[in-house]
Design a protein around this ligand. Structure first.
Ligand code: FE2
Ligand code: FE2
Length: 280
């Protein structure tokens, strides 16, 4: 673990937008033993890693307002890819899969519905396979899977926070509340996981050679499972909330019954839930 840096944090307005205010961030020692200053520093470093405007360096017009046509032509040129940021995406994808397993283990412990417990058990197994797929991909493209980054440290902190949220809900709120919190925590974790893989798929299209092939093959293996993890769990979170409010719920949710794998499919499934209730 690195020593806390003496480098000043970014201005409060920036850090606050991401972290909440200092007062809200009252826990001195985080769940995995990280010190608060260290975590704040990692987050500030991560914000530095992310370009404020990813297109700014690549624009040819250099103007204050983006030119969509020139931005698009630059983005389609694989030479314009920021390879350091591509590596950061892959490191974050690996860390998300590692943290996702901790999130699923805690969520399964909170599950009350048998179908949901079974579904999350399947997703946990798939998440373990995704970690393996990424480690094999790293080996193939010559990337060290153990290289740490500020972004990875932030993701470890976030996973620990999700696990602690579920443990607190189980302790203070009881089983129904804990299951709802668990569904929301899985949605949060899977939103990041899903986006990582979407971006990996996009990056693969802008690369050539072995790296393009390695990323495209990994993406093809994982993509549909990530769609299910996110859209189906969003359905569970919604229907479990509806049930908790005393209204008729569709369980398992329509997204799972209809094996939804796209955002538009999820929207259709949600819109069709009333019909499923009528069919009963
Ligand atoms: Fe995954
Ligand atoms: Fe996932």
């Amino acid at each position: 673990m690195t020593e806390p840096s003496s480098r000043p944090l970014r201005p409060q307005a920036d850090a606050g937008a991401y972290l909440g205010s200092e007062d809200e961030f009252a826990v001195e020692t985080m769940p995995d033993g990280l010190q608060r200053d260290e975590v704040l520093d990692s987050m500030a470093e991560a914000l530095d890693v992310l370009p404020a405007d990813p297109g700014a360096e690549r624009r040819v017009d250099g103007g204050a307002s983006p030119n969509p046509a020139s931005a698009q032509s630059q983005a389609l040129d694989s030479g314009a890819l920021d390879h350091t940021q591509v590596q950061e995406l892959l490191y974050q994808a690996l860390e998300t899969e590692i943290g996702g397993q901790l999130v699923y283990e805690a969520a399964i412990a909170c599950a009350q519905n048998d179908d949901l417990r079974e579904e999350w058990g399947k997703y946990l197994a798939e998440t373990r396979t995704h970690e393996t797929t990424l480690r094999e991909t790293f080996e193939r493209i010559g990337l060290d899977a153990e290289t740490d980054s500020p972004g990875r440290r932030v993701l470890r902190f976030k996973a620990a926070g999700l696990v602690e949220s579920m443990e607190r809900a189980a302790k203070d709120g009881g089983p129904v509340a804990a299951q709802l919190v668990a569904a929301e925590c899985v949605v949060e974790a899977e939103t990041k996981d899903h986006q990582n893989w979407e971006l990996i798929g996009e990056v693969a299209k802008h690369l050539d050679g072995e790296m393009a092939a390695a990323l495209a093959e990994a993406y093809a293996k994982v993509e549909e499972e990530e769609d299910q993890h996110l859209y189906h769990t969003m359905g569970w979170a919604r229907e479990l909330w509806i049930e908790s409010l005393g209204m008729p719920a569709v369980l398992p949710p329509p997204e799972e019954e209809k094996k939804v794998t796209t955002a538009i499919g999820a929207a259709r499934a949600k819109a069709g839930r009333e019909d499923m209730l009528d069919e009963g």
